[in-house]
Design a protein around this ligand. Structure first.
Ligand SMILES: NC(=O)c1ccc[n+]([C@@H]2O[C@H](COP(=O)([O-])OP(=O)(O)OC[C@H]3O[C@@H](n4cnc5c(N)ncnc54)[C@H](OP(=O)(O)O)[C@@H]3O)[C@@H](O)[C@H]2O)c1
Length: 270
């Protein structure tokens, strides 16, 4: 079956599902007429129908019509949603992609049966500008067709990487939550500029471009340590700042942030 023949259903249509749908729509991966969605809030369903030009429906119809179902609720809402899904009866032949943080494949198998074909995906917010980083983990028995469809779908959101499931909590902290940590650093740099008299907008743009430019050098193949060596001359300005970073163990501090996020993801496993 070709991607363009698929019918897709979003169970849960909050922030991240909307980002994913918008990216797929922009890339013209799938006609809007082949997309259904469902959320609990009826008023928001109507609003979203108008805004996105796709049809809201009930769960029985969504399950019946969709070849591929995206599960897009919060971890705390997952169990109820899976019980509802199970209540729809036979899911044979349905493909599932879950973006729910923390929940392992075994959790879905427990509720929906061992044979369910599913992919665990962790996209991030930068998918909304096609600069996302999506981490993919395949459940057992995922067909090569399902794998290539998953690649195609998430490639329209940015970059993809595959990891084994034991790395999911770590990569969720890095790639799923990571933008949040980077936003904080950009904000901190911008506030520094503002304190010296730049307008907040000027300072924010400057800081964001510094992060974007530095990232581009690394994405084009240069190593952070080589780049640091290039710009940090002994007793120079950059080196003075780097010395303060070392003194305050910034790497260790940043790892504390990532470890806390990873632990939180692990807590959702149950
Ligand atoms: N936001 C991110 O940056 C990001 C990144 C990667 C992964 N994720 C993961 O994506 C998931 C969703 O996050 P989000 O930020 O999009 O959350 P969100 O905005 O709260 O969206 C959750 C959606 O799920 C719906 N929902 C909950 N229970 C449902 C049920 N039983 N049946 C149908 N719909 C149901 C909610 O409907 P109502 O609002 O109508 O009640 C809402 O539309 C989370 O598991 C999160 O870990 C998020």
């Amino acid at each position: 079956m070709r991607m363009s023949d698929y019918h897709i259903g979003f169970m849960g249509f909050g922030h991240m599902a909307q980002v994913i749908f918008s990216a797929l729509d922009r890339a013209k991966i799938i006609p809007r007429s082949q997309v259904l969605f469902l959320r609990r809030d009826r008023a928001k369903m109507k609003e979203n129908e108008q805004k996105f030009g796709i049809t809201a429906t009930g769960l029985p119809n969504l399950v019946e019509k969709s070849d591929l179902i995206f599960l897009c609720m919060r971890p705390q809402q997952a169990e109820t949603a899976l019980l509802e899904l199970k209540g729809m009866g036979n899911l044979e032949g349905k493909k599932l992609i879950t973006i729910i943080a923390g929940k392992p494949i075994a959790f879905y198998q427990k509720h929906l049966g061992q044979e369910i074909q599913m992919v665990r995906a962790m996209p991030n917010i930068a998918s909304s500008v096609m600069e996302g980083m999506t981490i993919l983990t395949y459940g057992p028995g995922v067909s090569s067709e399902f794998k290539s469809i998953t690649h195609l779908l998430f490639s329209s959101l940015g970059q993809i990487a595959e990891v084994k499931e034991d790395l999911c909590d770590r990569t969720t902290a890095m790639a799923g939550s990571g933008p949040g940590f980077v936003f904080c650093l950009i904000e901190a740099m911008a506030r520094f500029g503002e304190q010296g008299g730049l307008s907040y907008q000027e300072a924010l743009k400057m800081a964001a471009q510094v992060f974007a430019g530095a990232s581009q050098l690394i994405l084009k193949g240069q190593m952070p340590t080589d780049l640091i060596a290039q710009i940090a001359t002994p007793n120079g300005i950059t080196q003075t700042g780097l010395d303060v970073m070392a003194k305050h163990e910034m790497e260790k501090q940043f790892h504390l942030v990532l470890e806390a996020a990873m632990r939180k993801s692990r807590e959702f496993q149950k």
